[in-house]
Design a protein around this ligand. Structure first.
Ligand SMILES: Cc1cc2nc3c(=O)[nH]c(=O)nc-3n(C[C@H](O)[C@H](O)[C@H](O)COP(=O)(O)OP(=O)(O)OC[C@H]3O[C@@H](n4cnc5c(N)ncnc54)[C@H](O)[C@@H]3O)c2cc1C
Ligand code: SF4
Ligand code: SF4
Ligand code: FES
Length: 629
């Protein structure tokens, strides 16, 4: 059953909020002021938001970011309101909608841009505000990592920049990413996604960028001219000399019997609900897909208090990084490769799932089907670029499976087939936030330079450096096979042994930056595997809390003869106290031996990782990697 998340190991206690009363089909419900309607309804245990027209089938939240319309309801008499992105208001009347609902007439039909000589203006039927066409030298659509960085660089070069996003919070997908980022200091390594979003926004504001939130860009026309609508429902045209599209991506779905039931949703939707709106969308979860998004969201569901029945993956191997898979496994979650979801069970919402094993040819092995209890099935099966505005501008498209399918063609300066339009971030190639930021930097500088802003040398330096960082980030993480799988603790005279369980060429180096003695080194190439010199280690534990992959453990002899202590990173609730007795668990979350907590280093500040030091029998020191109270 969905519920509120009142305390969280990273986000802390649920902040106080004013309560308002909303009415669902006439029944009063309490909601937190400002939260989206769908989040309030889920927190109150209401999962059915709409019913399909022909079959009267129930629908619930699928994307939670305003992309799929599954959550459309009738609000204060207005049909088809996307309740996942519409905030509650006191006294709001919400009705479960059947099909398309009843239209009261088109609302924006007479506020479209029309040609006026060489210019585009709003139609004469529009209100006065709409007819006054606005102008920007550089307009950026999308305030995710790509759009924010594009706005920063264009403004730094000296251009007048307007940044538009349909959300009232900037940051795009960053605002729900509570994990710490990999990379180097150039990529905000070790910083949590939502903090990076805030830093970028602060920079945007200092630079005087005109930030328009929430503003939906509902159309793009040659010029380029944008059709924009504000939260108050006012529409206006915006003419831009250069346009940067950074509209991101939406989640893909896979079809199987029951996949439209409330309780089947995108993994990113679950992430939005729990990390942004503090609503846990389900207690017992099946995660479909083991790419980085699936693994990260599975871990975050555990942090928020859910149980994960399994992660299923059709491929013969895990898709995401090993460090993400390892920390999910350490929590006892089975990752079942060559498995898939066959059916979602339930009448009005998910109550279970059937999974099955696949053979080498991808066919279901007869008799391998089994039922799992679950009230949430999360789909982490890929992302699709949001190309609607690019399509309206008739930009040349190209098909590239490595970039996410059909994406706008662009050159190395992120310029599309229309020289006035640039494309950055997930819209141009599905990747991840650090790459989106670099692409945004290139697009911002290039767009400003095309208008004559910025010194040539500086423009080329920014573009080249960002390009080089992209190459590093795009490197293949495989290739760490040459390294010994485990640096073992051997006891003896060693004061402390840092055990680094990171075996892929992840572009990342916070472990080196954190180590004051040089016991861990990555070197100038951030994709190199960390090397360890145990003799230099003083046991300060800084590397344990600094590693975003939670992949470093420090083992040392003592405190009693025959014992060893293991320092493990801890991002769970509750934080144990020194003296707590429990079980030491292995890398698959299985109980190994008795363990007692000898020391706890709580987070130094909000959002930091804690470190818990366990004492176990020394012969288990190379097996124990977790603790069960
Ligand atoms: C659902 C989802 C979950 C993800 N989870 C993770 C994760 O856990 N870990 C990880 O490392 N990476 C994750 N990623 C990938 C990573 O977040 C993205 O690669 C990165 O955010 C891309 O940045 P961007 O700026 O291109 O797009 P986004 O961050 O998606 O930003 C695009 C912005 O454009 C706005 N926008 C779109 N269309 C319009 C319009 N017409 N009018 C106005 N505004 C508009 C959107 O509201 C959004 O704010 C996720 C991506 C998605 C889509
Ligand atoms: S415990 Fe301290 S000294 Fe040892 S490797 Fe980690 S950071 Fe370096
Ligand atoms: S061990 Fe180092 S390189 Fe590997 S994930 Fe941790 S901080 Fe990054
Ligand atoms: S539009 Fe609201 S769930 Fe997709």
């Amino acid at each position: 059953m969905p519920r509120r998340i009142t305390s969280h190991p990273v986000l802390g206690e649920l902040p106080q909020a004013e309560l308002v009363t909303i009415y669902l089909d006439g029944e009063p419900l309490a909601a937190r002021e400002g939260e989206p309607i769908a989040a309030a309804l889920l927190a109150a245990g209401r999962r059915v938001l709409r019913r399909s027209d022909k079959l009267n089938e129930p629908c619930g939240v699928f994307c939670a970011i305003g992309r799929c319309t599954d959550c459309a309801m009738t609000v204060d008499g207005r049909p088809n309101v996307r309740t996942c992105v519409t905030p509650v208001r006191d006294g709001m009347r919400i009705e479960t909608q059947r099909g398309l609902g009843r239209f009261a007439g088109a609302e924006f039909g007479d506020t479209i841009p029309i040609r006026d000589g060489a210019d585009w203006v709003m139609s004469p039927n529009s209100g006065e505000a709409a007819r006054a066409t606005q102008r920007a030298e550089v307009a950026v659509v999308g305030a995710g990592p790509a759009g924010l960085c594009a706005a920063i660089e264009a403004a730094k070069a000296g251009a007048q920049v307007m940044l538009l996003d349909e959300n009232d919070r900037p940051g795009g997908q960053l605002v729900k990413q509570i994990h710490r980022f990999f990379g180097t200091s150039d990529h905000h390594a070790g910083v949590r996604g939502y903090e990076i979003g805030q830093r970028l926004l602060d920079e945007v504001r200092v630079l005087g960028v005109d930030v328009r939130l929430p503003t939906v860009v509902w159309g793009a026309f040659p010029g380029p001219v944008l059709g924009c609508a504000t939260a108050e429902g006012e529409s206006h045209a915006l003419t831009a000399e250069r346009l940067i599209l950074a509209t991101g991506a939406s989640e893909l779905a896979v079809a199987f019997p029951g996949w439209t039931l409330p309780g089947v949703m995108g993994a990113g939707a679950a992430q939005t609900l729990m990390n942004l709106h503090r609503v846990l969308p389900g207690e017992r979860v099946l995660m479909v897909g083991s790419g980085n998004v699936g693994l990260i969201v599975a871990f975050q569901l555990l942090q928020a208090g859910a149980r994960i029945a399994a992660v299923v993956e059709v491929a013969p191997q895990v898709g995401g990084w090993e460090v993400h898979a390892d920390r999910v496994r350490r929590a006892g979650v089975p990752i079942l490769t060559q498995h898939t979801v066959i059916e979602a069970l339930g009448k009005d919402h998910v109550t279970g799932a059937v999974i099955g094993q696949l053979d080498e040819g991808g066919e279901l092995r007869p008799g391998s089907e089994r039922r799992l209890r679950a009230d949430l099935i999360c789909l982490a099966v890929g992302l699709r670029p949001q190309t609607q505005l690019a399509g309206m501008l008739d930009l040349e498209m190209t098909h590239d499976p490595r970039r996410g399918g059909r994406v706008p063609a662009r050159d190395e300066r992120m310029r599309s087939s229309d020289e006035r339009v640039y494309v950055a971030g997930d819209l141009g190639a599905i990747s991840e936030a650090s790459i989106a930021m670099e692409e945004g930097r290139i697009a911002g500088r290039a767009a400003a330079a095309a208008l004559g802003y910025g010194e040539d040398g500086e423009t080329e330096r920014v573009i080249e450096e960002a390009g080089r960082r992209i190459e590093v980030l795009q490197g293949d993480v495989r290739g760490g096979e040459g390294r010994p799988r485990r640096i073992m603790f051997t006891g003896g005279a060693a004061r402390a042994t840092p055990v680094v369980e990171c075996y892929q060429r992840i572009p990342c180096d916070p472990c080196e930056a954190a180590c004051p003695t040089g016991a861990i080194r990555v070197g100038p190439d951030p994709t190199a595997l960390p090397t360890v010199e145990p003799a230099r280690c003083t046991g300060c534990l800084r590397c344990v809390w600094a590693c975003p992959g939670m992949a470093i453990f420090v083992v040392r002899p003592g405190p009693e003869p025959g014992e060893a202590t293991i320092a493990i990173p801890w991002e769970w609730l509750p934080l144990p106290k020194a003296g707590t007795m429990g079980r030491g668990c292995d890398r698959a979350g299985r109980s190994v031996c008795k363990a007692r907590v000898v020391r706890v280093l709580p987070p130094r500040e909000a959002g930091q990782t804690a470190v818990v030091e366990l004492a176990v029998n020394a012969r288990h020191a190379n097996r124990v990697r977790g603790f069960m109270m």
